[in-house]
Design a protein around this ligand. Structure first.
Ligand code: PEP
Ligand code: MG
Length: 553
């Protein structure tokens, strides 16, 4: 059987599946007659969880390491075991006792507020894992893999995805999730082929699957023949990509900068080793997601210097801290908000915490001076020209020559002439731009059709942004940039740079190299004339080169 989801990270994978458990442990109301035995079993379960976290931390990228180490420390906290022992002494069984102990601790953490309050989720995760062990159930989240496998899940938490080992995870198929969720973004960053929104995959729970992360095709229990065809299609794709090397350009030679999205020093090293012209989006907040305290200027200088050195003379576009909503930074927490995605986030937060912004700009300027790198800086979540102008001044004061605006709020796209008049460049964040244009939460998998990059209304805003820019550079750094067909439409709209997960560079460059600028313009016109995303994609497919179409599945 074959099902179709949305491909979010290119490449094919065929292999045995491991279903990621979604079972939530609820305390069974157990009792005990043997307190010593119950306490020993709680102690063993907590230690096993801690050891599992240690192993994961060793393999995890820098950003996730500290979270996992902190979780291991929580599991080993003697106070937690003591609290459970007191519950056991009152007659509770091991699972119930641990649950009560964890909830007592959570109450304490909640009363401390801020960063400590956020640790409640980690502590409850300790209970889920230890509780599953005590009840003989599979642990929640991604199990430790012993053979290379394809993960099948309802959805994956970003923390789970960040700690995946690309050598063991052949691919990912989720029934939920969205194209612009940070889980999809992280999978692409790690180069793991992935499909989201694959209907029925959890119920079917096939023993093996074949998946194509470019087309979204998922085949349950594929025969050898089908598996071979999937792999052969990917080999043709790779061969096609190897013909398009060097700077991005259309068949008739129109230059389109192809850049990589990065979030950490490791990403920068990986991306800089690839055939890209720089980085068009350095998500700087990814460096500090698990920090309780703001990083010092010196620490930031050291990190940015490593990133700039990796890219040498190639440009690096740094997005200043985009804190808030799905990317909370504990040290920049302004307290609870009813609607964090519509709240004081991105540049709005930087204007409240100017100390954080100024420290970052000073650090960027120092790292730029030390390396002589081509550093561009841009602000997230800009809505008005006044905000864009304020940010530009701040950058100029810090000695940074290129200040830009991320176009993620429809107002900024519509009034791009005003916004671009007071900054040097724009980069369209299509992930958030779609979210705010369609009033559709990007974390809500069920709304994925509204967040489809083929929505004609999204292209109305992209065209408006370029039109108002008065010739200043306008790039795209959202997920749209990494889709080979949408990249062609973007070129038709006058976009001058495309920034994407490094794994997507090859197919985008190949698509560009096989189409001329006039075809790209015709594709844009087809999208603008369409009344639905399906009609837009179908019309563009009519204009696509046959060889590329045969690879689309
Ligand atoms: C975007 O919103 O399109 C974007 C590139 O930023 P992020 O995905 O990090 O919010
Ligand atoms: Mg964004």
């Amino acid at each position: 059987m074959t099902t179709h989801g949305i491909g979010v990270s290119p490449g094919t994978a065929v292999g045995p599946t491991v279903v990621v458990s979604t079972v939530r442990i609820t305390p069974p109301g157990d009792t005990t007659e043997d307190p010593a035995l119950a306490e020993a079993s709680v102690s063993a379960a907590l230690e096993a969880v801690a050891q599992d976290m240690d192993v994961r931390a060793q393999r995890a990228p820098e950003a996730a390491k500290a979270v996992l180490e902190a979780t291991a420390t929580m599991a080993r906290d003697p106070g937690l075991l003591q609290a459970a022992a007191m519950q056991i002494a009152e007659g509770h069984g091991p699972v119930d006792a641990l649950h009560h102990a964890v909830e007592q601790y959570c109450g304490l953490l909640a009363s401390l507020g801020g960063y400590m309050a956020e640790r409640q989720e980690d502590l409850r995760d300790v209970f889920q894992r230890a509780g599953a062990r005590l009840m003989g159930l599979p642990a929640p989240g991604v199990p430790t893999l012993t053979t290379p496998s394809v993960l099948v899940a309802l959805d994956l938490a970003p923390a789970d995805t960040a700690t995946l080992d690309p050598a063991m995870v052949l691919g990912i198929v989720t029934e939920g999730g969205g194209v612009t969720s940070h889980t999809a973004i992280l999978a692409a960053q790690l180069g793991i082929p992935a499909v989201v929104q694959a209907p029925g995959v959890m119920v079917a729970a096939p023993a093996s699957v074949g998946l194509d992360g470019s087309t979204g095709e998922v085949v349950f229990n594929p025969s050898d023949e089908v598996a071979a065809a999937l792999i052969e299609r990917n080999e043709r794709r790779v061969a096609l990509q190897s013909r398009a090397q060097g700077p991005g350009r259309t068949r008739d030679g129109q230059a389109v900068q192809i850049l990589a999205n990065i979030g950490t020093v490791d990403d920068a090293l990986r991306a800089a080793a690839a055939d890209v012209e720089g980085s068009g989006l350095f998500r700087s907040e990814f460096l500090f997601l698990d920090r309780a305290e703001a990083p010092s200027v010196d620490e930031q200088v050291a990190t940015y210097t490593k990133v700039f050195e990796a890219f040498g003379s190639r440009k690096v576009v740094v997005r200043t801290l985009d804190a808030g909503a799905d990317k909370p930074l504990a040290f920049a927490d302004l307290g609870e908000e009813e609607n964090p995605a519509l709240g004081v986030r991105g540049l709005r937060l930087q204007r409240v915490r100017t100390d954080l912004l100024d420290d970052q700009l000073i650090a960027l300027a120092r790292a730029r001076e030390a390396t002589g790198a081509d550093v561009w800086v841009m602000a997230p979540m800009v809505a008005t020209a006044e905000e864009a102008g304020w940010f530009t001044h701040r950058c100029r004061d810090a000695g940074l020559p290129m200040a830009g605006t991320m176009v993620e709020v429809p107002a900024a796209a519509i009034r791009s002439a005003n916004v671009l008049a007071v900054c040097d460049f724009a980069s369209i964040g299509t992930n958030d731009l779609s979210q705010y244009l369609f009033a559709a939460d990007r974390m809500q998998g069920r709304l994925a059709p509204l967040l489809d990059g083929w929505q004609p209304a999204l292209w109305d805003l992209i065209v408006a942004t370029v039109r108002g820019a008065g010739g200043k550079p306008v790039g795209i750094c959202g997920e749209v940039a990494g889709d080979p067909l949408l990249a062609l439409v973007a070129v038709g709209a006058g976009i001058t740079s495309l920034s994407m997960a490094v794994g997507k560079v090859g197919s985008v460059k190949a698509a560009l190299a096989m189409h001329d600028a006039a075809t790209c313009l015709a594709m844009l016109e087809a999208v603008l004339s369409a009344s639905s995303p399906e009609a837009a994609k179908a019309a563009v497919l009519e204009l696509v080169d046959d060889e590329i179409r045969s690879l689309l599945g």
